[in-house]
Design a protein around this ligand. Structure first.
Ligand SMILES: Cc1cc2nc3c(=O)[nH]c(=O)nc-3n(C[C@H](O)[C@H](O)[C@H](O)COP(=O)(O)O)c2cc1C
Length: 371
């Protein structure tokens, strides 16, 4: 057989094998996306009536957390549930002082308190020392939650960080007022920016922050560690940032890791953030009066309440924290939010959209309980 034909035959064979391999991988992604959907739906099953401590903990774990690290542990006592930081889940590059870690604890704490109330149990929250070791929730007496707390509790399984394009329409003044009152937590200020020039100014800071972060190899390495490109991997780990939950295609894990290196670049990401900000009805900036773990947990509680009330009102929310994560941008954000001299803790955009994205996964309750 002539040499050229035999080489072509070999190449065709190799190409066919590769195509088969990719085809099988894509099919595998489709099948595991279905299994993933069932897994996250089970985790979000609604609580009803009096609930035991494990059920309350499951609801707590549905809270937001930076990079979906879920940096929490729970200890169940006779009349108490303690929540403490899981420092093995730190993200030292994006969050060198554990700010996001304690905010995330606060988000989970708020879900826990709302879930206990909805199951008729009163709560007393104790913060240890300066908050460094977390918080404890003592369950005592019986309560009937008010209308806002009941609505926020109902919203817990439906809330998600929705990184989609919103519809660009403004939010009614009474809904904005409702968001503000529902998010009130002592020691935390919430500023809503809804004028287009204000949103544009925050957009420009988000883009500056994004430029700085994507130019930092350590930031990219840490982010990639927490990305889950395939539904199979997202389900296996029960944590991290599932690509499809951010509106990106689900891919075989190996292909996603290659695509990330090739495609995840500042110009395209900046453009996406600009469109996201332009489509939003407003921006929320949260800031604690006191800096440190206790203040950051309080911010987390207010943030979770904000996101839950937004969900109850049919609104979507997404964090755009670049201007607080890149420390040099904080003073400008503080100034434009009327918080000069303070550290702004969190930035979220909000609005409406009909786009539906998959929920992110959680680890099972057993994985977050300590004896
Ligand atoms: C303190 C904190 C910081 C966050 N920062 C960002 C962020 O900058 N960008 C982003 O897209 N999501 C951010 N998130 C959202 C998380 O990625 C999200 O909560 C997590 O993936 C779980 O998904 P869920 O909120 O849909 O349940 C942050 C969440 C918290 C609590």
């Amino acid at each position: 057989m002539p040499r050229s034909i035999s080489r072509r035959a070999v190449l065709t064979g190799a190409g066919g094998a590769l195509a088969l391999g990719v085809g099988a991988s894509v099919l595998d992604v489709r099948t595991s996306a279905e299994a993933y959907r069932h897994y996250v739906e089970d985790q979000r099953a609604a609580l009803s009536g009096p609930s035991d401590a494990r059920a309350l903990v499951r609801y707590a774990t549905l809270a937001a957390s930076g990079h979906n690290t879920q940096p929490w542990r729970f200890r169940i006592g006779p009349d108490e549930i303690a929540i403490s930081p899981d420092t093995a889940r730190r993200t030292p590059v994006v969050d060198p002082d554990d700010h996001h870690l304690y905010v995330s604890l606060g988000c989970a704490l708020e879900n826990l308190v709302l879930a206990a109330g909805a199951s008729g149990q009163g709560t007393n929250v104790g913060i240890s020392e300066d908050g460094q070791t977390g918080a404890s929730v003592t369950l005592s007496g019986t309560v009937t939650p008010g209308a806002d707390d009941a609505a926020m509790f109902d919203a817990i399984p439906h809330r998600q960080s929705c990184r989609a394009l919103y519809d660009g329409k403004s939010v009614a003044a009474e809904d904005l007022a409702h968001l503000k009152t529902a998010s009130q937590v002592p020691g935390v200020d919430l500023v809503l920016l809804t004028e287009r020039p204000q949103i544009n100014a925050v957009r420009d800071l988000v883009i500056s922050g994004n430029e700085a972060q994507l130019a930092d190899p350590a930031f990219l390495r840490e982010l990639k560690d927490w990305l889950r490109f395939s539904p199979k991997r997202a389900r296996e780990t029960g944590d991290g940032l599932y690509a499809a939950a951010s509106g990106n295609p689900a891919l075989p894990e190996w292909l996603g890791r290659i695509a990330f290196d090739l495609v995840f670049k500042a110009p395209a990401e900046n453009d996406k953030y600009a469109r996201h900000m332009d489509s939003s009805a407003g921006v929320a900036v949260l800031s604690a009066v006191s800096e440190g773990p206790a203040g950051w947990m309080a911010v987390g509680r207010a943030c979770q309440r904000f996101c839950l009330m937004a969900t109850a009102l049919g609104l979507k929310t997404a964090f755009v924290n670049q201007p607080v994560e890149v420390a040099g941008l904080r003073p400008q954000l503080a100034e434009m939010s009327g918080l000069s001299g303070r550290r702004p803790d969190l930035v979220l955009r909000f609005g409406r959209t009909s786009q539906v994205l998959p929920f992110s996964a959680r680890r099972p309750v057993e994985a977050v309980l300590v004896a």
